[in-house]
Ligand binder design. Structure first.
Ligand SMILES: *Cc1c(COP(=O)(O)O)cnc(C)c1O
Length: 394
């Protein structure tokens, strides 16, 4: 069967009533026949039928043995790190999501888990940075916001040879674009807030495991720490996932068109999109991804935060907001928004210049989105021309 058919038919009709939409089991507890005799559910932190449908569905999508749903992407990341012990080390991609960096640095280092960072786009950097204490390799591919790609298959081999777990944050590729477990990863996390939910209307996270043994560990942590996803948000996420393949194909198709348009804009210096042949990691991207998603980043020839700010404040269809993966297009200015707390020099090392702008291409018609950008570039372009003319006159 094809993916979308498998996906839709992995969502069961309600066995009690036949309801085609999964019921929202808004309950804290379940009546037992005798102590310990129940229908597989006893307390809703430990297990909830609505959440279970979502968890089983994402396990199927990612080709994992088990999946667990959490209150946010960061809660999912937190659960993975808790598999480790004090004294263990994490080797993470240097271009990591800011919230994961904050959690690793300000929460887990306090409990004796050390984190080191490397540019994982080069496999030899992973080999160099690994130590006998490294127990977890943490990748994001593509990364945020400059869409760097790491070779998951090769790094999985290194992880295995060093008795390490490999976890991939697959938020940007979604299960439709890439399946890290099939490339050798042990764990996958998602911020389901983004493509899985897909409508900018919830916060949620998922952990998927390759094996039932790892699944048991994550399940224990989910129950022991209690950072579960609510029944209603589980239902919303299931509903979002029903259209994920359709949405992700459209996001990717439009983004490819917009990236091509941006490449030919006079104002722009670099365009970052893994589907462009001149993207630095294009060859690996094509090897491990089926689709490249809806996130594009670009910066300006005149590297000015003011100009970038003017652009992000002037578009009509692209709304200025953090987050990505929703039906409506968004854009943001990482230097003053998502990456504000990162020192300028460190920011520049990963390509996050003052003029970098990130787009999350939504489901609108690509022609309209291009028109929106064109209009703004025209106004801003005229202003820049005037600016450079006055400065040469002076
Ligand atoms: C948004 C995001 C997260 C965090 O997810 P939340 O649902 O906001 O907690 C983690 N990783 C990546 C790549 C993200 O984009």
């Amino acid at each position: 069967m094809k993916t979308t058919t498998t996906l839709l038919h992995s969502i069961p009709a309600d066995p009690l009533t036949g309801a085609i939409s999964v019921p929202i089991y808004q309950t804290s507890t379940f009546v037992q026949e005798a102590p310990g005799v129940n229908q597989g559910f006893d307390y809703a932190r430990s297990n909830n039928p609505t959440r279970k449908v979502l968890e089983d569905l994402v396990a199927v999508l990612e080709d994992g043995s088990n999946a667990y749903a959490f209150a946010s992407g960061l809660a999912a990341i937190d659960a993975v790190v808790k598999v480790l012990e004090a004294g263990d080390e994490i080797l993470a991609v240097d271009d990591i999501y800011g919230g994961a960096f904050r959690q690793f640095t300000h929460i887990f280092q306090k409990f004796g888990i050390k984190v080191t960072y490397a540019d994982t786009t080069k496999v030899e950097n992973v080999v160099d940075a690994i130590t006998p204490k490294t127990r977890l390799i943490w990748l994001e591919s593509p990364t945020n916001p400059t869409l760097k790609i790491s070779d998951i298959r090769e790094i999985a081999k290194i992880a295995e040879a060093n008795n390490c777990l490999l976890c991939v944050d697959n938020t940007f590729a979604s299960p439709v674009g890439q399946n890290p477990i099939n490339l050798g990863a042990d764990l996958v996390v998602h911020s389901a807030t983004k493509y899985l939910g897909g409508h900018s209307d919830l916060i949620a996270g998922i952990v998927v495991t390759k094996t039932p043994e790892l699944g048991e560990k994550i399940k224990f942590i989910q129950n022991a720490c209690g950072t579960i996803l609510s029944p209603f948000d589980s239902w919303l996420t299931i509903r979002g996932i029903e259209t994920l393949p359709l949405r992700f194909e459209r996001h990717s198709k439009s983004a490819q068109q917009i990236a091509a348009f941006l490449t030919n804009c006079e104002l722009i210096r670099n365009v970052y999109y893994p589907g462009l042949i001149d993207h630095g990691n294009y060859e690996i991207a094509v090897k491990q991804q089926r689709l490249f998603g809806g996130v594009i980043a670009f910066d300006l020839k005149v590297d000015s935060a003011e100009l970038a700010t003017e652009i992000v404040c002037s578009t009509k269809l692209f709304k200025l907001a953090e987050s990505l993966g929703g039906a409506k297009s968004l854009l943001c200015h990482p230097a003053t928004m998502t990456h504000k707390s990162i020192p300028r020099e460190k920011r520049y090392n990963t390509g996050v210049t003052d003029s970098l702008i990130r787009l999350s291409v939504g489901l609108e018609d690509a022609e309209d989105l291009i028109e929106d950008l064109k209009t703004v570039f025209k106004t801003v372009g005229e202003k820049t021309k005037k600016l450079t003319q006055t400065s040469t006159q002076n």
